[in-house]
Design a protein around this ligand. Structure first.
Ligand code: IPD
Ligand code: CA
Length: 250
């Protein structure tokens, strides 16, 4: 596989979709559904269609997208694209400029490459594990903070996370050890920000693969650490630990 060719394709698709979303920022944002804690906009779908068209014109791999599911036959052992057409849809809808387009090429339990486009800030993050990560072409690197008491953690309450007293108490037990806690409303950006030291750790329970796949590639390319634990009986759903340094979790 020519990884650079696939990465450039993902960059182009993320940029085109991000520009389209930025241009739609002040226009009508039609709500398609509001189930539970989730929100879906017509623009989520439009963005996914655009990205899929671009990827499938120049790449042979099947695509897993948040809105339309699996296109083509996905075999976990072979490469497939993972697309989140808008991560942080509620932020986007409310006019809070923390949202992103995320695209990764994935295989097995790990990213091959990925991009996260923070289109409101016009910051394009890209990465290939073992080869480096960049923001708008400049290299980025994680930090080496190895103690929770000096670290800022970003987290969230995903749609699939249980919020009962018992779950909240174990969740709180873990995050309250950190110096500061942030909830940004976009898992893709929260995890990507570990790669460029805007936060020091990211942890989220029951998060979907498309929310964090692009960020996982950027984090590993920037020298970071990531652990993913699959949620039982929930396809494409994981608890994710990310940081610059593995020792942070000890
Ligand atoms: C959401 C964001 C949020 C996370 C939610 C996700 P979406 O993604 O990543 O940070 O906590 O679980 O659903 O729906 O805006 O793509
Ligand atoms: Ca989304």
């Amino acid at each position: 596989m020519d990884k650079l060719k696939e990465l450039n394709l993902a960059i182009k698709a993320a940029k085109n979709s991000g520009k389209f979303l930025k241009n739609s920022w002040e226009k009508q944002k039609r709500v398609m559904s509001q189930d539970g804690r989730d929100i879906k906009l017509a623009l989520d779908r439009e963005s996914e269609i655009k990205i899929k068209q671009e990827l499938s014109q120049s790449s042979i791999y099947p695509i897993l997208g948040e809105e339309y599911g699996e296109s083509g036959e996905i075999n976990l052992e072979k490469p497939f694209w993972v697309v989140d057409p808008i991560d942080g849809t509620m932020n986007f809808y409310k006019g809070l400029p923390l949202c992103a387009v995320s695209i990764a090429l994935w295989q097995g339990e790990a990213p091959i490459l990925g991009v996260v486009y923070d289109f409101m800030a016009d910051e394009l993050y890209s990465g290939i594990p073992g080869q480096g990560s960049y923001v708008n072409g400049s290299p980025i690197k994680v930090n080496s903070i190895n103690s929770k008491k000096f670290a800022v953690i970003a987290t969230g309450f995903p749609v699939a996370m249980a919020l009962d007293k018992e779950s909240m108490s174990s969740f709180w037990k873990l995050i309250c050890e950190f110096k500061k806690i942030r909830m940004l409303g976009s898992a893709a950006l929260a995890m990507t920000f570990v790669s460029c030291q805007k936060v020091d750790a990211y942890y989220e329970r029951n998060i979907r693969l498309w929310d964090i796949a692009g960020a996982a590639a950027v984090l590993l390319g920037a020298g970071g650490y990531m652990k993913m634990e699959a949620t039982q009986n929930e396809k494409w759903t994981y608890t994710v630990f990310a940081s610059g340094c593995l020792d942070l979790w000890n």
